[in-house]
Ligand binder design. Structure first.
Ligand code: SF4
Ligand code: SF4
Length: 372
């Protein structure tokens, strides 16, 4: 006799999902067109139809224990061909957002960053922190003479604030990733094995080349914007290490001349990130005849990336123009956006990097991934 499975729909989860951008999920009548057209879906365990069914039933635990919502690259081929306008690509995006919120450590950070209505509060926290530190240490005010940002905000204060905040965020993120991995392996039945390391290397290689994006049909030009944003971030990370090296080893301090190779590299990385974010925004606003909609969670992150670039470029240009009364406040605003991007990363759209890496590596390890 067939085994009975009792399903208790999680009504709250369904309601939250609809509010998060998955409002079309009830339109799905399970024809499976989406799973057939998805270029990334494996034949033996296809998605996103099963996620649509599970989402309709509020089966949160089952969805969040599967690697498939992270394997999805949001190309929206499925939404293009869905005969019911159920927008499965957007529903999967909403599921990822809900997951990031639920997996947040500590939980209140999930509310703060994944809820776009809290964005101003999230930005006000670092700005107030900077102002309090500057006030307490007697640095609040426009310094006299040549514009040197460390006269306003000494490097040691920046290091203490950012290193401790990023360190805490890193521990929180690793905790969330480890819980996700335990959930994946516990429910799907295969834990860590020797196959993990080669699977991880293959996954990272695919990321570096963005080869899975090339499989998309409806939204193929997403690849270029995403690739530029990714390498822009990598470039700025290398620039930060480079500046730190300058500061502590040959003791070269700011302002560093524009002719220095580090400056060239940093400015090129910032322009790469700016171009990538503008391409992403242009793609999202362009009508491609696909029934899809970007969530406010996605928009918030792209706009933050754009603002970090714009304020960074303005910080440099205003300093070169010698307008101290504008340069120092702009520097503080820029640091606020930098804080948002690098300290809130476990709770923002950036969090997908770790979850997706683990999910795809797990899929490869268990032979359920398609070739890139
Ligand atoms: S989401 Fe659309 S294409 Fe996919 S099963 Fe439902 S109705 Fe069919
Ligand atoms: S958005 Fe693209 S990758 Fe994701 S399920 Fe749809 S077709 Fe597949």
């Amino acid at each position: 006799m067939a085994e009975e499975t009792v399903i208790s729909p999680d009504i709250k989860f369904i309601r939250e999902l609809k509010e998060t951008g998955g409002e079309t999920l009830k339109k799905c009548y399970q024809c499976a067109t989406c799973s057939v057209v998805c270029p990334i879906s494996p034949d033996d365990r296809p998605f996103p139809r099963k996620e649509m069914v599970m989402a309709q039933w509020g089966m949160k635990e089952e969805i969040f224990s599967s690697p498939d919502i992270w394997t999805c690259h949001n190309c929206n081929d499925c939404s293009k061909y869905c005969p019911r306008g159920a927008r499965p690509g957007d529903v999967l995006g909403a599921l990822r957002q809900r997951f990031i919120k639920e997996a947040a450590v500590p939980g209140f950070m999930g509310n703060l960053v994944t809820e776009p209505k809290m964005t101003l509060v999230a930005l006000a926290i670092p700005l107030l922190l900077f102002l309090v530190v500057l006030g307490v240490t007697g640095h609040l005010g426009i310094p006299e003479g040549r514009i040197v940002y460390s006269k306003l905000f000494p490097i040691r204060y920046i290091e203490v604030i950012f290193l401790s905040a990023v360190g805490l965020a890193g521990v929180a993120y690793l905790t969330s990733l480890s819980r996700f991995w335990n959930r994946l392996t516990r429910v799907n039945g295969r834990g860590y094995s020797k196959a993990f390391v080669p699977a991880l290397v293959e996954t990272i290689t695919e990321f570096l080349k963005h080869s899975k994006f090339a499989k998309c049909e409806a939204n193929r030009d997403r690849k270029n914007g995403h690739l530029l944003v990714f390498y822009g971030f990598v470039g700025l990370f290398i620039t930060t290490l480079w500046i730190t090296f300058y500061y502590y080893v040959p003791k070269i301090h700011s302002p560093i001349p524009l002719s220095d190779p580090m400056k060239w590299f940093g400015n090129l990385s910032a322009l790469t990130l700016l171009t990538g974010s503008l391409i992403v925004i242009a793609n999202r606003t362009k009508d491609k005849g696909i029934n899809t909609r970007s969530s406010s969670f996605d928009w918030t992150f792209v706009i933050m990336v754009l603002l970090v670039c714009v304020t960074g470029i303005l910080t440099e240009l205003i300093r070169l123009a010698g307008i101290a009364a504008l340069a120092y406040p702009m520097y503080l605003v820029h640091l606020t956006f930098v804080f948002y991007i690098i300290v809130y990363f476990p709770y923002s759209k950036l969090a997908h990097m770790g979850y997706r890496t683990l999910a795809i590596a797990y899929s490869k390890m268990t032979a359920r991934d398609v070739e890139a």
